[in-house]
Ligand binder design. Structure first.
Ligand code: FPP
Length: 273
């Protein structure tokens, strides 16, 4: 059953943008690279962990706006494989504690907002107490039918493709088949995101023009929106602004907008100098 629209719960400023959007062109899946927690803290002469703490607050604001506009899929890059390997142990430990407390403290609000939580990444490598809380939150929200909030945790897109390829190889070996005739669909079936549509829109905060090993396969045709705003300052209204910008884009998937079948003369291959 489709839930009644909760757009009236948006703030007046959010509603003003929301009303200007084309309901026919709403994205089904938004993926966000949440960046700039450290710089947000640095600008305020605060320690980095306080930036992450504010970043976790921002997560909840954005999740709730997503649920109010009935966004089906929201995927957040919360902790990369590279973060895990390259950041100081103290910061990694803090991020793990923050994640755990986010899950403990927000399950009720997720349920109030009909949000289901899910995860992608090599989550089996995370600390046991974090995995336990992840599972509890997933179970507690499993029956919700609104926005699916997917946290990418200990996630790397190249590793995801390797994991998919390994699973596909095992599947084919069990069937006595070799790699002959493998299709995109075959690999796609084994991605962590096999059950989701590809992101329509990728948002990156804090101005960096990079993808940072996020959903490399899935974003082949996604629109990309980069804002200078640091993640801890990102709110629902900024999500709506990104959607408004997305609606201005023309998505062609390698094709042409209008079918322009122009006449091309035989000799028109190379212009002689
Ligand atoms: C980038 O900031 C952000 C991260 C490394 C992780 C994202 C984590 C959060 C938003 C908080 C916790 C999340 C949840 C779901 C509870 P950065 O440290 O790379 O910032 P910088 O580039 O300015 O140093």
């Amino acid at each position: 059953m489709k839930s009644a629209s909760r757009a009236h719960e948006l703030s007046p400023e959010e509603q003003a943008i929301y009303r200007s959007l084309n309901p026919e062109r709403m994205p089904a899946h938004i993926a966000i690279i949440m960046d700039g927690n450290g710089r947000w803290a640095g600008r305020r002469s605060l320690k980095r962990f306080l930036g992450h703490q504010q970043g976790a607050e921002a997560v909840q604001y954005v999740v709730e706006t997503s649920s109010r506009i009935d966004l089906p899929w929201l995927t957040l890059y919360a902790f990369s494989l590279e973060n895990n390997l390259k950041r100081p142990k103290t910061e990694v430990n803090f991020l793990m504690r923050l994640l755990r407390s986010y899950l403990i403290n927000n399950v009720q609000r997720m349920n109030d907002n009909n949000v289901r939580i899910a995860y992608i990444g090599r989550t089996h490598e995370l600390p046991a107490e974090v995995q336990e809380q992840m599972q509890q939150a997933a179970e507690a929200t499993a029956r919700n039918t609104g926005t699916v909030l997917t946290l990418a945790l200990n996630y790397g897109a190249r590793s995801e493709i390797i994991d998919a390829f390994a699973a596909l190889s095992r599947e084919r070996a069990a069937q006595g088949r070799n790699a002959e005739g493998i299709t995109e669909k075959d690999l796609h079936r084994h991605l962590y995101t096999a059950h989701m549509p590809d992101p329509d829109l990728v948002i990156r905060t804090s101005g960096e023009m990079r993808i940072s090993n996020f959903l490399l396969w899935q974003i082949a045709y996604s629109e990309i929106f980069v804002t200078e705003r640091f993640w801890p300052d990102f709110r629902g209204i900024h999500l709506l602004e990104a959607i408004a910008e997305y609606q201005q884009r023309e998505r062609r998937y390698g094709g042409l907008k209008a079918h322009t079948d122009e006449e091309i003369p035989e000799h028109a291959v190379l212009v002689p100098r």
